[in-house]
Ligand binder design. Structure first.
Ligand SMILES: Nc1ncnc2c1ncn2[C@@H]1O[C@H](COP(=O)(O)OP(=O)(O)OP(=O)(O)O)[C@@H](O)[C@H]1O
Ligand SMILES: [Mg+2]
Length: 308
């Protein structure tokens, strides 16, 4: 089921100050569906429009045109119902500097209607790895600790949908791994639908079911992780191990196929259907072909291709 439906959404910011009169199209005709229970990654360069799109979903920015529905509710016309089941972390979380981490969480728990028990809050503090410092004042928190507290606030009411804008920003490698596990747990155990914007491509490759690429406000491409890893596109990367690799490289290059040597192996970018013929031509030239392996594409490779 489609739990978020974004249809033809555009957002232009009017600039202020000395650029008054000019405007920036932050999101342009974006159409994107989020399936219930999936983790969707929102990728794109700085300024691509990821944060703006998340703000539009949350009704924190007003769209010029288009529509967004959450669980069937329009975010503009039925804002309260649409947002009832969303937890979000957008930019730096708003917290009280003089309150401790715990006091901040208690404050937000009260805003939620006060039916979140201390036990639940404690377990969430543990989940995000903040137990040691939860009684320190927020102003003494490091960037990563603030981020963890923001995530705790976002998930405290067990939202059906989580929108996270660069949630691992400022986290150390173990914190990043912890968050990855947390997101996968939330998805697997509670069926939470999660939308994450991030620049951490290897993390996204591990955690997402699908990724959407944004550039200049547009959704350029949406791919499942299966498509990211092995591609449906015809041109794929192969590693060939063979005897006399220098001669083999010449033979392959002479066929107009991209080929380079990496260690003992030849890395070939070729049409999958042409690989058989290519191997035959090597064998016919007296070369022993030991292995031909399809190489798993990294999200980084794909990102480069899409950004071209
Ligand atoms: N409040 C605002 N006023 C004016 N322009 C804005 C505002 N917010 C965003 N923009 C512009 O809209 C465009 C999209 O910005 P946005 O923050 O959505 O990008 P992003 O993909 O989240 O980038 P990043 O990866 O750096 O977080 C940029 O050109 C940005 O300068
Ligand atoms: Mg952003």
């Amino acid at each position: 089921m489609k739990i978020i439906e974004i249809e033809n959404v555009s957002k232009t910011y009017a600039l202020k100050g000395k650029n008054k009169g000019a405007s920036v199209k932050a999101v342009s005709n974006a159409t994107l569906d989020v399936e219930e229970g999936e983790i969707l990654g929102l990728l794109g360069a700085n300024g691509a429009g990821k944060t703006t799109l998340i703000k539009l979903i949350l009704g924190l920015a007003t769209m010029d045109s288009g529509s967004i529905t959450i669980a069937g509710y329009d975010v503009v016309r039925s804002r309260e119902k649409a947002l009832a089941n969303i937890g979000a972390l957008v930019e730096a979380p708003t917290m009280f500097a003089e309150y401790t981490g715990w006091e901040n969480l208690k404050y937000y728990a009260k805003l939620q209607g006060g039916n979140i028990s201390d036990e639940r809050l404690k377990s969430i503090v543990e989940l995000v790895g903040l137990s040691d410092r939860i009684n320190s004042k927020f102003k003494s928190f490091s960037l990563g600790m603030k981020q963890r507290l923001g995530i705790a606030q976002a998930i405290m009411h067990k939202p059906a949908i989580l929108l996270l804008d660069e949630p691992t920003n400022g986290l150390d490698p173990s914190g990043i791994a912890q968050m990855r596990e947390l997101f996968v747990d939330l998805k697997n155990q509670l069926g939470t639908t999660i939308v994450i914007s991030s620049h951490m491509l290897s993390e996204m490759q591990q955690v997402c079911d699908r990724v959407a690429f944004m550039a200049k406000g547009e959704i350029k491409s949406v791919k499942t992780m299966e498509e990211v890893n092995y591609g449906v596109d015809t041109f794929r990367k192969f590693s060939i191990e063979c005897s006399d690799s220098l001669t083999a490289m010449d033979i392959i290059s002479n066929q107009g196929i991209e080929c380079k040597k990496e260690g003992e192996a030849l890395i070939v970018i070729a049409n999958q259907a042409a690989i058989g013929d290519l191997v035959t031509s090597l064998v016919n030239s007296g070369i022993n072909v030991y292995t031909v392996t399809k190489i798993k594409r990294t999200l980084e490779d794909l990102y480069k291709e899409v950004s071209k």
